[in-house]
Design a binder for this molecule. Structure first.
Ligand code: DC
Length: 228
């Protein structure tokens, strides 16, 4: 019998593909930790905008990120950074507009990847983002690429933002998603891509329950194998 207790589940995909909702519910169902790495890139961007740090000032950004203590609470639903609850602030349209540009900075990515690996050191984790299957956990036990048609992604994101009190037109949401997809997939440092060993799930016509269960079943069979 193996001494390992749990596995690492890595989920990547474009903006609005349902990664956060699916990963969170999956983690709850497995009693695993859920980590939303997009929230970490958003936090870095939020502080950069607040402190008026430009994209070229990478040394300054590194200094700030080095001093960040990320504490996910409510199993990943909210994020405290050095004690400050940034959960709402990091979802603002301003942050959404700039986050992909700030996420291109290699030095900052290195630091955030280190912190993300630290969260996963004991396994039993569901982590989602853009480079989890390729860079953060290339040896993850289960790799998923979640995607959906752009109109569906924009609609879902608009509803999510409305629920959080952010009023925004669907066309603006769509433009933001398209622009981020383009930057996130074409950047030099760990771009969003599908690895050969990832399972692709198109959620366009799937309910949340179906998405969660599809991954849960695969996770369960891997967990059973390593535990026996
Ligand atoms: O998951 P999200 O849409 O909240 O992510 C916001 C941005 O953060 C995304 O457009 C690109 C960046 N990001 C990244 O570069 N690498 C990750 N692992 C997660 C997010």
């Amino acid at each position: 019998m193996s001494s390992r207790k749990g596995i690492i589940i890595a989920i990547d995909g474009p903006a609005g593909s349902g990664k956060s909702t699916t990963a969170k519910l999956l983690a709850d169902k497995l009693d695993y930790i859920y980590i939303d790495t997009g929230a970490m890139y958003r936090t870095m961007t939020y502080f950069a905008l607040q402190k008026n740090i430009q994209l070229e000032q990478s040394a300054e950004l590194v200094r700030i990120v080095e001093g960040m203590d990320f504490q996910f609470i409510k199993n990943g639903e909210e994020l405290l950074v050095n004690g400050e609850n940034v959960s709402s602030a990091i979802r603002s349209p301003e942050v959404s507009k700039k986050v992909s540009d700030y996420s291109k900075i290699v030095e900052v990515r290195k630091l955030l990847v280190q912190k993300q690996r630290e969260f996963g050191r004991n396994g039993m984790i569901v982590m989602e983002g853009r480079d989890i299957t390729t860079t953060v956990f290339p040896d993850a036990d289960l790799k998923i690429f979640l995607t959906a048609e752009i109109d569906v992604r924009a609609y879902r994101r608009m509803i999510e933002l409305k629920e959080k009190g952010v009023e925004i037109e669907i066309d603006d949401v769509k433009l933001n998603l398209e622009s981020r997809d383009r930057i996130d997939s074409s950047r030099e440092a760990s771009p969003l891509m599908i690895t050969n060993d990832s399972i692709i799930i198109d959620t366009t016509r799937m309910s949340i329950d179906e998405q969660v269960n599809a991954i849960y079943d695969k996770a369960k069979s891997i967990i059973e194998k390593i535990e026996n």
